[in-house]
Design a protein around this ligand. Structure first.
Ligand SMILES: Cc1cc2nc3c(=O)[nH]c(=O)nc-3n(C[C@H](O)[C@H](O)[C@H](O)COP(=O)(O)OP(=O)(O)OC[C@H]3O[C@@H](n4cnc5c(N)ncnc54)[C@H](O)[C@@H]3O)c2cc1C
Length: 466
């Protein structure tokens, strides 16, 4: 990428060849021929900057349903960012708190009960949207599992999870059952939490697992078929207003002049391409490993054979799910013993730590050498809320971002919402207020990296004792 220094993390996090080979990249076809580099000056109705699930869904909707001439530009290629590296958990969430019930309480305090309910319901809609999108695309996205299991990693969390169960039914009309440790053992969900035995968990009956890169590639192909021009290797280095009210989007070799622009770069946002977005999104690393396929005997030895997507109740949870074909995926978001370091060295140091966490959770598989290890960036906002809206002081420019590591469903839905708004088919003020809160930069930019480290350390410590 041409402007590494205008992003907030270590340059290695943005290096085009730097993502490590994800299991997804190893098991999907990326039609690179669809993603030529932008090398001339073009005109379009709408430009989408960033080809993750947000940008691709927006581009598809604009080009297909709304018949706009669309150009989508990505620094690398569509799907290269978080969307193609995700753990593939499609569940409720999208705010600072992974648990919808805690997030609900936070929004009630800020915006009142009615808006908190609207926010929660939009997460349920996002899941339905994503499922319908996969079906309509005919994507071979390996949809898997029934809902999401949240495991208690400590006795205190087992009590908290039991208490949360009623929230899902009463507020979101989503079933949720607390499963005892005996039930987990009987149904192939035997793991070890902070204690030596499992302590039960909350089964939230919403969500599913998917192959995120195959979904992204199905979207990209559909965008192409709908007439959108997709450009790879096309890093946007500036967005400038023109006298006639249009906006020019510049790359180093070309530009696109358009009436409207969507910036959908989330955790990979450059400080240069959209200065008024600078410092609004805190990029937080997430890491994943995948094991070789596990034989039936190995699954039985550990006592885990369920395909339900699972995380624990930590503030910085462990995520795991048994993929089709018997490989186990295991991942974490930032904070685990210094995982904020995105440099090559940092990654090399972190991989064994992630493996140790995996071995502690699944002792019978402690000897397994992972076949894949990779990382990516998620985006956290100071408000603790995702954001959809106009970019301040840039008429015609919109953004959708900040899903706090839960953007597979919410990002896809947000992309479609913003496309309808840009096409004037939906009123902006019809969106739940939680998405429309002003996007504020984090205070004290120079201290941001340190503040992030301190915050992640605090959460890691909290998780050890709660
Ligand atoms: C390892 C990992 C695991 C995750 N697991 C889950 C999960 O299980 N469930 C879940 O819901 N969420 C998960 N997330 C979060 C989820 O992946 C993101 O919220 C979601 O993919 C965001 O999609 P997006 O389209 O907004 O951004 P991205 O997919 O990050 O796409 C942004 C794109 O913008 C491009 N870009 C950036 N700057 C420029 C520029 N200047 N010019 C042109 N292009 C640019 C990048 O190349 C990138 O392709 C995970 C994230 C990571 C990193």
């Amino acid at each position: 990428m041409s402007d590494l220094h205008n992003r907030q993390h270590d340059p290695d996090a943005y290096a085009l060849e730097g993502e490590g080979l994800s299991y997804w990249r190893d098991s999907a076809v990326v039609p690179q021929f669809l993603f030529q580099q932008l090398s001339s000056d073009q005109v379009a109705d709408c430009v989408v900057v960033g080809g993750g699930v947000t940008g691709l869904n927006a581009a598809l909707r604009l080009a297909g349903r709304h018949q706009r001439k669309v150009a989508l530009l990505d620094s690398a290629y569509p799907g290269w960012g978080a969307s193609g590296r995700s753990f593939g958990f499609c569940g409720l969430g999208g705010g600072f708190f992974m648990d919808a019930s805690r997030q609900h309480k936070m929004i009630v305090k800020k915006l009142g009960e009615a808006e908190a309910i609207r926010f929660g319901q939009s997460q349920v809609q996002a899941l339905a949207f994503l499922k319908a999108s996969i079906r309509e695309l005919g994507a071979d996205a390996q949809i898997q599992g029934d809902g999401e299991l949240v495991l208690a990693h400590s006795p205190a969390q087992a009590i908290a999870l039991r208490e949360q169960a009623s929230f899902y039914a009463s507020t979101l009309s989503v079933g949720a059952d607390f499963l005892s440790s005996a039930h987990l053992l009987d149904h192939g969900m035997h793991h070890r939490g902070q204690q030596d035995h499992c302590l039960g968990g909350l089964h939230i009956k919403a969500g599913f697992g998917l192959h995120p890169l195959r979904y992204s590639m199905a979207l990209a192909t559909a965008c192409h078929q709908a007439g959108a021009d997709l450009y790879g290797q096309s890093d946007v280095i500036a967005i400038s207003p023109e006298r006639d009210g249009r906006v020019r989007v510049h790359t180093s070799l070309g530009s696109v002049l358009a009436k409207q622009v969507l910036v959908a770069t989330n955790g990979y946002t450059s400080q240069r391409s959209a200065p008024s977005l600078a410092g609004c999104s805190l990029p937080v690393l997430a890491h994943a490993l995948v094991t070789p396929p596990l034989s039936e005997a190995r699954l039985q030895a550990q006592g885990w054979w369920s395909d339900v997507m699972t995380r624990d109740a930590r503030r910085l949870p462990y995520f795991f799910r048994l993929l089709p074909g018997g490989r186990m995926l295991f991942g974490v978001y930032g904070g685990l013993w210094g995982s904020w370091d995105a440099s090559r060295l940092g990654e090399e140091q972190f991989a064994p730590r992630l493996r140790a966490a995996f071995a502690q959770t699944f002792p019978a598989w402690a000897d397994l050498e992972p076949s894949h290890f990779w990382s990516g960036l998620t985006s956290f906002h100071a408000s603790g809320l995702p954001h959809i809206g106009p970019v301040a002081e840039m008429p015609g420019v919109w953004t959708a971002q900040g899903y706090h590591g839960r953007g597979m469903a919410l990002g896809a839905w947000a992309g479609a919402q913003i496309a309808d708004i840009m096409a004037a088919k939906r009123r902006y003020d019809a969106l739940p207020l939680a998405f429309r809160m002003p996007l504020n930069a984090y205070p004290f930019p120079a201290l941001q990296a340190w503040a992030m480290k301190a915050g992640l350390l605090a959460l890691t410590t909290y998780d050890r004792w709660r």
